[in-house]
Every structure is written in structure tokens, then in C-alpha cells.
Design a protein around this ligand. Structure first.
Ligand SMILES: Cc1ncc(COP(=O)(O)O)c(C=O)c1O
Ligand SMILES: N[C@@H](CCOP(=O)(O)O)C(=O)O
Length: 436
């Protein structure tokens, strides 16, 4: 697969280079030069395939020139070793549960695939790979588990102090080995900015081999297409064909992957990007003005992103045409009060406990339904994290219903180890240069 920079269409590189360089020097993002259309026979008969078979077919269409078929299959089988089931709320509404991986968030798809792809490409005796990741809550934990013990790699996680849940923090800060955490006295956007500054710093790049495990890295995006195909496969088995996906969105990597799947031929009627009050994208779609703002802290903390890095990819998928994006992507925003109310409503109506991010996607479906003429649609909202990661958000009655997975009980026994740091690039650079 050849990739170009969204800031310079003449700059083209191969997949392996894009994985290790993660971001072009011109600060664009890498996108496939050509998006392969999947065979109609495969699309029409998705229901015949398992998640892993789908993952292999989709990734092979993209990466056949980069990773031999058998190696790709081994990577998939190792990385995607958990399911993404659809849970019915009613006849036409389903939750796509993406939290059955080790870190209990959808990030496991991207992080596990990416770590295995990097390990595959890394050669013995190469310079240590410094993997940087900014997190607003979930990415860091998934990346930590994805890279834990991977030889020749070292992960540095930056997270905003006081803005992640206790369980998320333990997932970031209790790994040891080749994983270390920095607690930044700022917002997620500050963390993301520090990481981007590191990639642009000549001295740092001459002395360290840096790469990103954020969704700016194309290796994170590809595996996130798998579960959209697999959701449609599950719906086909139920005889359902017209699907509307609602995606809780922050950095817009998840929905960008859904739109990539759509461009590869996945039949989808509509995407809905649901945000909290960090509403850069819904404002842009309404007004045409793309204005990033400092992020605001909310209950859906992993979506507290004021400058969503993947939006440029979505614009690129639609040839920079806002009107075309608007046709395929509706976008609505919600406050914390609405989020808490939605959690209670979902619980009361369906006896289902949704995390705050997931609840926002459900709200967006309600809004979309109000605005459209009735149709024979099936609604799928993505559940991006296990509710146990956010125990403080739920009223006691609902919290009591949450099944706590074994790995969370084990986490609570562990010690938090993190380096405290202000929002100061010099301090971050010194840390990367001096620490062994
Ligand atoms: C639980 C959860 N929901 C939603 C999101 C938003 O996803 P994206 O940043 O891909 O838009 C995130 C973080 O990325 C998350 O951790
Ligand atoms: N919501 C994310 C923020 C990082 O986004 P990513 O798209 O780069 O993974 C998180 O949970 O950390």
C-alpha cells in the first residue's frame, strides 16, 4: 500500500515507513493513495465469515504488497483474539460491544494490531523504538498492554493529570517493564501537542527513533475497520440490511475507520458522529468554520478532544467536500447532564449499563430518528469502553449492576508509578533524551 500526506499529495511512502514515521514532516497524515474496493461476492456474503476471517480479508486487500499472506494471518489471529458482539436493545437497535479486549476499550483492536505489525517489521539489533502516545484515558492502557514486553520497544504514555478515571490511570501507570507514564499538568490536547512537537524536533529525532501509537498512525486505523464489517455480517445473519452507525467521537479515529470501510464497499446508510461538548466537528458541519478550541473536561473523558486529529482524514476521504461529508456523516453534541440522563434511560428501558461515551452515541440515534422520516433502518451504536472503567459516573443502583472483569480486580492491587511534568516541551525532551 502506498500512502500520501494529506498536506502534500506528491509525497508518497510505503506502509512500513508510514508505520514507523507515523506522521509526515509536513504535519499532514498518511492516507492510502488507492482505497481498494472489496469483491462484491465477499461483501454480499459477509455473514459467512468470522471476525478474524473478515479482518484478514480486509487487511489483505490493503496490505498485500507489504506483509505476506501467511504472516498477515498470524498477526490477525494473535491480535484479534476477542469478539465484538452485537447486543440487541430492541428489534432495530443494537449495541456493538467493542470492550471485550484486555484493556476493556475499542482501542485494543488498533493497539494490538499495531504492536504486532511493528514487532513484525522490527529487525534484531535495530535502534530501540521509542513509542510515544498521548491519551485522554483509553488509548494509553491499550497501547501499554499491546506493547508490554515487546523486545526493542519502549512506550512513553502522556496523560492529563486528574482527568482520567482511577482504573484508566492504573492501566497506564502500573505496567513497568518497557512501559512508562508521564502525568502532564494540562489537558489531553496539551499531551497530544507535546508528542507532535517531539516528532518535529530535529535533535530528538537524530538521537531517538520515535514513532506514535496514536491514531495518527495508519496502523491504528486499519484494524478499526474490521468491526464495522463484522457488525454488518452479524446484521446480515438477522436479515437486516440498512444500517446506521452512531460512533462516540473524540479524535475521530474510530469513525474515520468506519468511513474507510464504507469507501472499501461496506454498505452503510449513514454514520453519526456523537460528541460531548467538545464539538469542533458538529460546529464545522453546521457552519463550515473549522475552529479548534481548548478541550473541556466531561464525564465522557476519553472524548475530551478540542482538536480532533483524524478529521483531516475524513475530509480527504470525501475529497475535501464538506457537503459530501455532511451527507454521509451527521453530528450531534451532548452535555454531561444529557449523558447522565441517557445512562439512566438506557438502564431503565433496556436493563443495560452503557458507559458515558456509549450513552452519547445512543442519544445521537434518538436525535437522528427524530429528524428523519421513518424507514426500515437498523441502528448500531458503538460501545467503546466497559462501564467499569468509569465507576464514579453511575448512580449506586446502576453501578451495582456492572460486572467487574477479573483484570480490574487485579489492577486495584497494583501501584501507580508516573513522572509528574508541567506542559513544557523542554522538560519532555530532556526526559526522552536522558531516561534509559
Ligand atoms: C471510550 C472511548 N470512546 C470514544 C472515544 C473516541 O474515539 P475517537 O478518538 O476514535 O473518536 C475514545 C477515545 O478515543 C474512547 O476511549
Ligand atoms: N480518546 C483517546 C485519545 C487518543 O486518541 P487516539 O485516537 O490517538 O487514540 C484516548 O482514550 O486516549
Amino acid at each position: 500500500m502506498k500512502l500520501y500526506s494529506t498536506n502534500n499529495h506528491d509525497l508518497k511512502i510505503d506502509f512500513q515507513s508510514a508505520v514507523f514515521n507515523s506522521m509526515p514532516q509536513d504535519k499532514g497524515l498518511y492516507m492510502p493513495v488507492e482505497i481498494p474496493a472489496l469483491e462484491q461476492d465477499f461483501i454480499q456474503h459477509l455473514d459467512r465469515y468470522t471476525l478474524r476471517e473478515i479482518a484478514y480479508k480486509v487487511s489483505f486487500a490493503l496490505l498485500q504488497d507489504d506483509i505476506p499472506a501467511n504472516d498477515l494471518k498470524s498477526i490477525i489471529d494473535d491480535a484479534i483474539n476477542f469478539e465484538a458482539p452485537l447486543h440487541p436493545l430492541d428489534e432495530d437497535t443494537y449495541v456493538l460491544e467493542l470492550f471485550h479486549g484486555p484493556s476493556l476499550a475499542f482501542k485494543d483492536f488498533g493497539a494490538r494490531f499495531m504492536s504486532r505489525v511493528m514487532a513484525y517489521f522490527l529487525k534484531d539489533n535495530e535502534q530501540l523504538l521509542d513509542v510515544l502516545v498521548a491519551t485522554s484515558g483509553d488509548t494509553g492502557g491499550a497501547v501499554a498492554l499491546g506493547f508490554l514486553g515487546v523486545p526493542n520497544t519502549r512506550v512513553t504514555i502522556l496523560y492529563p493529570k486528574g482527568k482520567v478515571s482511577e482504573i484508566q490511570e492504573l492501566q497506564l501507570c502500573s505496567n513497568g517493564q518497557n512501559i512508562r507514564a508521564i502525568e502532564i499538568d494540562g489537558t489531553f490536547d496539551d499531551c497530544q501537542h507535546l508528542v507532535k512537537q517531539a516528532f518535529a524536533d530535529d535533535e530528538l529525532n537524530s538521537k531517538r527513533r520515535l514513532t506514535s501509537a496514536n491514531s495518527i498512525n495508519i496502523a491504528r486505523l486499519i484494524p478499526q475497520t474490521f468491526y464495522y464489517f463484522n457488525a454488518v455480517a452479524q446484521l446480515f445473519r438477522k436479515g437486516k440490511r440498512e444500517v446506521v452507525f452512531a460512533v462516540p467521537s473524540g479524535n475521530f479515529g474510530n469513525i474515520a475507520a468506519g468511513l474507510l470501510a464504507y469507501k472499501m464497499g461496506l454498505p452503510v446508510k449513514q454514520f453519526i458522529a456523537a460528541t460531548n461538548v467538545n464539538d469542533t466537528v458538529p460546529r464545522f458541519l453546521e457552519t463550515g468554520v473549522y475552529e479548534t478550541r481548548p478541550s473541556v473536561q466531561t464525564y465522557a473523558n476519553a472524548m475530551d478532544v478540542g482538536a480532533p486529529s483524524n478529521w483531516v482524514r475524513i475530509m480527504a476521504l470525501f475529497n475535501e467536500q464538506r457537503e459530501s461529508v455532511k451527507e454521509m456523516v451527521k453530528s450531534y453534541r451532548y452535555t454531561d447532564e444529557q449523558t447522565v440522563q441517557a445512562i439512566a434511560d438506557i438502564y431503565r428501558q433496556f436493563n443495560y449499563v452503557a458507559c458515558p461515551h456509549t450513552a452519547i452515541a445512543w442519544l445521537a440515534i434518538q436525535e437522528y430518528q427524530k429528524q428523519q422520516a421513518p424507514a426500515d433502518d437498523t441502528f448500531v451504536f458503538l460501545s467503546t469502553a466497559h462501564p467499569c472503567k468509569f465507576p464514579d459516573i453511575f448512580p449506586a443502583e446502576i453501578a451495582a449492576k456492572i460486572d467487574i472483569p477479573e483484570q480490574v480486580n487485579a489492577l486495584r492491587q497494583k501501584e501507580k508509578i508516573a513522572t509528574a511534568m508541567p506542559v513544557d516541551f523542554d522538560a519532555f525532551k530532556a526526559f526522552l533524551l536522558t531516561a534509559e
